[in-house]
Design a binder for this molecule. Structure first.
Ligand code: CP
Ligand code: NVA
Length: 303
Protein backbone atom coordinates (compact mmCIF):
# COMPACT_ATOMS: atom_id res chain seq x y z
CA UNK A 1 0.00 0.00 0.00
CA UNK A 2 1.36 3.36 -0.95
CA UNK A 3 0.25 5.97 1.62
CA UNK A 4 2.23 6.13 4.87
CA UNK A 5 -0.81 7.19 6.90
CA UNK A 6 -4.53 6.47 6.71
CA UNK A 7 -6.36 9.72 7.31
CA UNK A 8 -8.93 9.46 4.52
CA UNK A 9 -10.17 6.87 2.01
CA UNK A 10 -9.47 9.53 -0.62
CA UNK A 11 -5.73 8.85 -0.14
CA UNK A 12 -6.17 5.35 -1.56
CA UNK A 13 -5.83 4.28 -5.16
CA UNK A 14 -8.12 1.46 -6.26
CA UNK A 15 -5.10 -0.86 -6.18
CA UNK A 16 -4.43 0.03 -2.49
CA UNK A 17 -8.07 -0.62 -1.67
CA UNK A 18 -8.06 -4.10 -3.21
CA UNK A 19 -4.74 -4.93 -1.54
CA UNK A 20 -6.41 -4.07 1.76
CA UNK A 21 -9.42 -6.22 0.92
CA UNK A 22 -7.22 -9.20 -0.06
CA UNK A 23 -5.09 -8.87 3.08
CA UNK A 24 -8.26 -8.67 5.18
CA UNK A 25 -9.61 -11.84 3.59
CA UNK A 26 -6.38 -13.66 4.30
CA UNK A 27 -6.06 -12.49 7.93
CA UNK A 28 -9.72 -13.24 8.63
CA UNK A 29 -9.25 -16.69 7.10
CA UNK A 30 -6.18 -17.34 9.27
CA UNK A 31 -8.06 -16.35 12.41
CA UNK A 32 -11.04 -18.53 11.54
CA UNK A 33 -8.73 -21.47 10.83
CA UNK A 34 -6.95 -20.96 14.14
CA UNK A 35 -3.72 -20.23 12.26
CA UNK A 36 -1.23 -17.92 13.92
CA UNK A 37 -0.62 -14.70 12.00
CA UNK A 38 1.84 -12.77 14.14
CA UNK A 39 2.79 -10.31 11.43
CA UNK A 40 3.55 -7.42 13.82
CA UNK A 41 5.69 -9.09 16.50
CA UNK A 42 6.73 -6.74 19.29
CA UNK A 43 5.09 -3.70 17.64
CA UNK A 44 3.10 -1.21 19.71
CA UNK A 45 0.13 0.90 18.66
CA UNK A 46 -0.63 4.06 20.65
CA UNK A 47 -4.38 4.72 20.69
CA UNK A 48 -5.44 8.29 21.44
CA UNK A 49 -9.13 8.75 22.24
CA UNK A 50 -10.76 12.12 22.85
CA UNK A 51 -14.25 10.62 22.37
CA UNK A 52 -15.88 7.40 23.66
CA UNK A 53 -15.64 4.11 21.75
CA UNK A 54 -16.53 0.45 21.95
CA UNK A 55 -15.75 -0.98 18.51
CA UNK A 56 -12.74 1.12 17.55
CA UNK A 57 -10.96 0.66 20.84
CA UNK A 58 -11.59 -3.06 21.22
CA UNK A 59 -11.06 -4.02 17.57
CA UNK A 60 -7.72 -2.19 17.30
CA UNK A 61 -6.49 -3.52 20.64
CA UNK A 62 -7.53 -7.14 20.05
CA UNK A 63 -6.25 -6.94 16.47
CA UNK A 64 -2.78 -5.85 17.63
CA UNK A 65 -2.66 -8.67 20.20
CA UNK A 66 -3.64 -11.25 17.56
CA UNK A 67 -0.83 -10.01 15.30
CA UNK A 68 1.77 -10.47 18.04
CA UNK A 69 1.86 -6.81 19.03
CA UNK A 70 0.41 -4.66 21.75
CA UNK A 71 -1.79 -1.54 22.05
CA UNK A 72 -1.82 1.23 24.64
CA UNK A 73 -5.06 3.12 25.35
CA UNK A 74 -4.65 6.84 25.99
CA UNK A 75 -8.01 8.29 27.01
CA UNK A 76 -9.11 11.94 27.15
CA UNK A 77 -7.82 12.36 30.71
CA UNK A 78 -4.47 10.65 30.12
CA UNK A 79 -2.62 12.98 27.78
CA UNK A 80 -5.02 15.94 27.60
CA UNK A 81 -4.18 16.66 23.99
CA UNK A 82 -4.05 20.39 23.30
CA UNK A 83 -4.41 21.18 27.00
CA UNK A 84 -1.44 19.67 28.82
CA UNK A 85 0.82 19.83 25.78
CA UNK A 86 0.63 20.56 22.10
CA UNK A 87 -0.50 18.12 19.42
CA UNK A 88 2.89 18.54 17.77
CA UNK A 89 4.83 17.56 20.92
CA UNK A 90 2.54 14.58 21.57
CA UNK A 91 3.16 13.39 18.03
CA UNK A 92 6.94 13.81 18.33
CA UNK A 93 7.07 12.04 21.69
CA UNK A 94 4.82 9.12 20.71
CA UNK A 95 6.99 8.64 17.61
CA UNK A 96 9.93 7.86 19.96
CA UNK A 97 8.03 5.10 21.80
CA UNK A 98 5.46 3.38 19.63
CA UNK A 99 5.32 2.06 16.05
CA UNK A 100 1.97 3.53 15.03
CA UNK A 101 -0.67 5.97 16.27
CA UNK A 102 -4.42 5.59 15.95
CA UNK A 103 -6.38 8.64 17.07
CA UNK A 104 -10.03 9.58 17.53
CA UNK A 105 -10.37 13.36 17.81
CA UNK A 106 -12.86 16.17 17.25
CA UNK A 107 -11.47 18.62 14.65
CA UNK A 108 -10.13 16.92 11.54
CA UNK A 109 -7.14 19.29 11.55
CA UNK A 110 -5.87 17.59 14.73
CA UNK A 111 -5.38 14.23 13.03
CA UNK A 112 -3.68 16.00 10.13
CA UNK A 113 -1.36 17.75 12.58
CA UNK A 114 -0.54 14.47 14.33
CA UNK A 115 0.30 12.92 10.95
CA UNK A 116 2.36 15.92 9.86
CA UNK A 117 4.74 15.63 12.82
CA UNK A 118 4.84 11.86 13.33
CA UNK A 119 7.66 9.72 11.96
CA UNK A 120 5.42 6.63 12.28
CA UNK A 121 2.08 5.77 10.57
CA UNK A 122 -1.01 7.62 11.81
CA UNK A 123 -4.50 6.14 11.43
CA UNK A 124 -7.72 8.12 11.69
CA UNK A 125 -10.03 6.42 14.19
CA UNK A 126 -12.77 9.05 13.53
CA UNK A 127 -12.88 12.82 13.36
CA UNK A 128 -15.86 15.16 13.08
CA UNK A 129 -15.29 15.06 9.30
CA UNK A 130 -14.33 11.46 8.42
CA UNK A 131 -14.48 7.86 9.65
CA UNK A 132 -12.34 6.02 7.09
CA UNK A 133 -11.76 2.78 9.08
CA UNK A 134 -15.53 2.37 9.22
CA UNK A 135 -15.83 2.67 5.44
CA UNK A 136 -13.14 0.00 4.91
CA UNK A 137 -15.03 -2.47 7.12
CA UNK A 138 -18.32 -1.54 5.47
CA UNK A 139 -17.09 -2.08 1.92
CA UNK A 140 -15.48 -5.39 2.90
CA UNK A 141 -18.84 -6.41 4.43
CA UNK A 142 -20.74 -5.39 1.30
CA UNK A 143 -18.28 -7.34 -0.85
CA UNK A 144 -18.63 -10.44 1.33
CA UNK A 145 -22.38 -10.23 1.01
CA UNK A 146 -22.80 -9.18 -2.65
CA UNK A 147 -19.53 -10.41 -4.24
CA UNK A 148 -19.25 -7.09 -6.08
CA UNK A 149 -19.06 -3.36 -5.34
CA UNK A 150 -19.01 -1.52 -8.65
CA UNK A 151 -22.47 -0.72 -9.99
CA UNK A 152 -24.30 -1.36 -6.71
CA UNK A 153 -26.43 1.39 -5.14
CA UNK A 154 -25.92 2.44 -1.52
CA UNK A 155 -28.67 4.55 0.04
CA UNK A 156 -27.64 6.49 3.14
CA UNK A 157 -30.60 7.66 5.23
CA UNK A 158 -29.58 10.42 7.63
CA UNK A 159 -27.00 13.04 8.39
CA UNK A 160 -24.32 14.01 5.86
CA UNK A 161 -21.75 13.32 8.57
CA UNK A 162 -18.29 11.77 9.05
CA UNK A 163 -19.54 8.25 8.24
CA UNK A 164 -21.40 9.45 5.14
CA UNK A 165 -18.31 11.33 3.92
CA UNK A 166 -16.07 8.28 4.16
CA UNK A 167 -18.69 6.10 2.47
CA UNK A 168 -18.93 8.64 -0.37
CA UNK A 169 -15.14 8.52 -0.75
CA UNK A 170 -15.20 4.72 -0.84
CA UNK A 171 -18.09 4.67 -3.32
CA UNK A 172 -16.12 7.01 -5.57
CA UNK A 173 -13.10 4.72 -5.41
CA UNK A 174 -14.91 1.58 -6.56
CA UNK A 175 -17.69 3.07 -8.72
CA UNK A 176 -20.66 2.42 -6.44
CA UNK A 177 -23.72 4.66 -6.86
CA UNK A 178 -24.46 6.68 -3.72
CA UNK A 179 -27.78 8.27 -2.72
CA UNK A 180 -28.26 10.22 0.50
CA UNK A 181 -31.61 11.26 1.95
CA UNK A 182 -31.23 13.94 4.61
CA UNK A 183 -33.23 16.90 5.91
CA UNK A 184 -32.43 20.25 4.29
CA UNK A 185 -29.28 21.73 5.75
CA UNK A 186 -27.72 18.37 6.63
CA UNK A 187 -26.22 17.52 3.24
CA UNK A 188 -22.69 16.11 3.00
CA UNK A 189 -19.83 18.57 2.42
CA UNK A 190 -19.70 19.92 -1.12
CA UNK A 191 -15.94 19.25 -1.31
CA UNK A 192 -16.44 15.52 -0.71
CA UNK A 193 -19.33 15.19 -3.15
CA UNK A 194 -17.67 17.19 -5.94
CA UNK A 195 -14.48 15.13 -5.85
CA UNK A 196 -16.20 11.77 -6.32
CA UNK A 197 -18.80 12.99 -8.81
CA UNK A 198 -16.09 12.66 -11.50
CA UNK A 199 -16.30 8.87 -11.14
CA UNK A 200 -19.57 8.08 -9.36
CA UNK A 201 -23.24 8.98 -9.30
CA UNK A 202 -24.09 10.92 -6.09
CA UNK A 203 -27.77 11.71 -5.54
CA UNK A 204 -28.79 14.09 -2.76
CA UNK A 205 -32.46 14.04 -1.90
CA UNK A 206 -34.73 14.94 1.01
CA UNK A 207 -36.91 11.88 0.47
CA UNK A 208 -35.88 8.61 2.20
CA UNK A 209 -38.24 6.73 -0.13
CA UNK A 210 -36.55 8.13 -3.23
CA UNK A 211 -33.08 7.20 -1.97
CA UNK A 212 -34.13 3.72 -0.86
CA UNK A 213 -35.81 2.74 -4.13
CA UNK A 214 -33.92 -0.22 -5.66
CA UNK A 215 -30.96 0.21 -3.32
CA UNK A 216 -28.68 -2.78 -2.73
CA UNK A 217 -27.54 -1.36 0.60
CA UNK A 218 -29.53 0.75 3.08
CA UNK A 219 -27.23 2.48 5.56
CA UNK A 220 -27.97 4.74 8.49
CA UNK A 221 -26.19 6.38 11.42
CA UNK A 222 -27.20 8.38 14.50
CA UNK A 223 -28.90 11.73 13.95
CA UNK A 224 -26.54 13.53 16.33
CA UNK A 225 -22.88 12.56 16.38
CA UNK A 226 -20.45 12.65 19.29
CA UNK A 227 -19.74 16.29 20.07
CA UNK A 228 -23.22 17.42 18.91
CA UNK A 229 -24.95 16.85 22.24
CA UNK A 230 -25.99 20.52 22.44
CA UNK A 231 -27.92 20.33 19.13
CA UNK A 232 -29.28 16.79 19.57
CA UNK A 233 -32.77 18.04 20.50
CA UNK A 234 -32.99 20.32 17.49
CA UNK A 235 -31.74 17.57 15.17
CA UNK A 236 -34.31 15.13 16.53
CA UNK A 237 -37.05 17.41 15.22
CA UNK A 238 -35.44 17.77 11.80
CA UNK A 239 -34.67 14.06 11.30
CA UNK A 240 -38.07 12.66 12.32
CA UNK A 241 -39.08 10.40 9.41
CA UNK A 242 -35.50 9.70 8.34
CA UNK A 243 -35.73 6.22 9.81
CA UNK A 244 -34.87 2.80 8.42
CA UNK A 245 -37.91 0.66 9.16
CA UNK A 246 -39.72 -2.24 7.50
CA UNK A 247 -41.62 0.04 5.08
CA UNK A 248 -38.44 1.65 3.82
CA UNK A 249 -36.68 -1.69 3.52
CA UNK A 250 -39.53 -2.98 1.38
CA UNK A 251 -38.84 -0.25 -1.18
CA UNK A 252 -35.30 -1.51 -1.56
CA UNK A 253 -36.38 -5.12 -2.00
CA UNK A 254 -35.80 -8.39 -0.22
CA UNK A 255 -32.20 -8.81 -1.41
CA UNK A 256 -31.01 -5.51 0.05
CA UNK A 257 -28.78 -5.43 3.12
CA UNK A 258 -29.13 -3.09 6.10
CA UNK A 259 -26.09 -1.43 7.63
CA UNK A 260 -25.32 0.79 10.61
CA UNK A 261 -21.90 1.66 12.01
CA UNK A 262 -23.25 1.51 15.61
CA UNK A 263 -23.94 2.63 18.27
CA UNK A 264 -27.64 2.68 17.29
CA UNK A 265 -30.53 4.65 18.73
CA UNK A 266 -33.48 2.37 18.22
CA UNK A 267 -36.69 4.03 17.04
CA UNK A 268 -34.74 7.11 16.05
CA UNK A 269 -32.69 6.35 12.91
CA UNK A 270 -33.46 2.60 12.81
CA UNK A 271 -36.16 0.22 14.04
CA UNK A 272 -34.73 -2.58 16.18
CA UNK A 273 -36.51 -5.42 14.28
CA UNK A 274 -34.78 -4.21 11.10
CA UNK A 275 -31.38 -3.79 12.77
CA UNK A 276 -31.64 -7.30 14.20
CA UNK A 277 -33.60 -8.75 11.26
CA UNK A 278 -32.67 -11.10 8.40
CA UNK A 279 -31.43 -8.34 6.05
CA UNK A 280 -29.08 -6.85 8.62
CA UNK A 281 -25.31 -7.25 8.36
CA UNK A 282 -24.71 -4.77 11.19
CA UNK A 283 -22.86 -7.19 13.46
CA UNK A 284 -20.77 -8.48 10.55
CA UNK A 285 -19.76 -4.84 10.01
CA UNK A 286 -18.73 -4.54 13.64
CA UNK A 287 -16.67 -7.74 13.40
CA UNK A 288 -15.07 -6.69 10.13
CA UNK A 289 -13.78 -3.51 11.75
CA UNK A 290 -11.19 -5.72 13.37
CA UNK A 291 -10.26 -7.70 10.27
CA UNK A 292 -9.91 -4.68 7.97
CA UNK A 293 -7.95 -2.68 10.57
CA UNK A 294 -5.59 -5.60 11.10
CA UNK A 295 -4.91 -5.57 7.37
CA UNK A 296 -4.39 -1.82 7.44
CA UNK A 297 -1.96 -1.98 10.37
CA UNK A 298 -0.13 -4.97 8.87
CA UNK A 299 0.41 -3.06 5.63
CA UNK A 300 1.35 0.25 7.27
CA UNK A 301 3.39 -0.92 10.25
CA UNK A 302 5.42 -3.79 8.83
CA UNK A 303 7.20 -1.45 6.40
N1 CP B 1 -18.59 2.42 14.80
C1 CP B 1 -17.72 2.88 15.71
O1 CP B 1 -16.74 3.55 15.40
O2 CP B 1 -17.99 2.51 16.98
P1 CP B 1 -17.30 3.08 18.31
O3 CP B 1 -17.66 4.52 18.40
O4 CP B 1 -17.87 2.26 19.42
O5 CP B 1 -15.82 2.90 18.17
N1 NVA C 1 -21.41 9.71 13.30
C1 NVA C 1 -21.14 9.02 14.53
C2 NVA C 1 -20.37 7.77 14.28
C3 NVA C 1 -20.05 6.94 15.51
C4 NVA C 1 -19.24 5.74 15.21
C5 NVA C 1 -20.37 9.93 15.48
O1 NVA C 1 -19.46 10.62 15.03
O2 NVA C 1 -20.71 9.96 16.66
Amino acid sequence: MNPKNFISVSQLKEKDFWELMETTKSLKGDLRAGKSHEVLPGKTLGMVFLKPSLRTRVSFEVGMTQMGGHAIYLGPDDIKLGERETTEDISLVLSRYVDGIMARVFEHEIIEELAEHASIPVVNGLTDFLHPCQALADFFTIYESKRELSGLKLAFIGDGNNVAHSLINAAGLVGMDFAIACPEGYEPAESVVTRVRESTEVEITHSPEEAAADADVIYTDVWASMGEEDVAGEKKGSFEGFRVDRDLLELAGSESIVMHCLPAHYDEEIAKPVAHGPNSVIFEQAENRMHTQKALLALLMSK
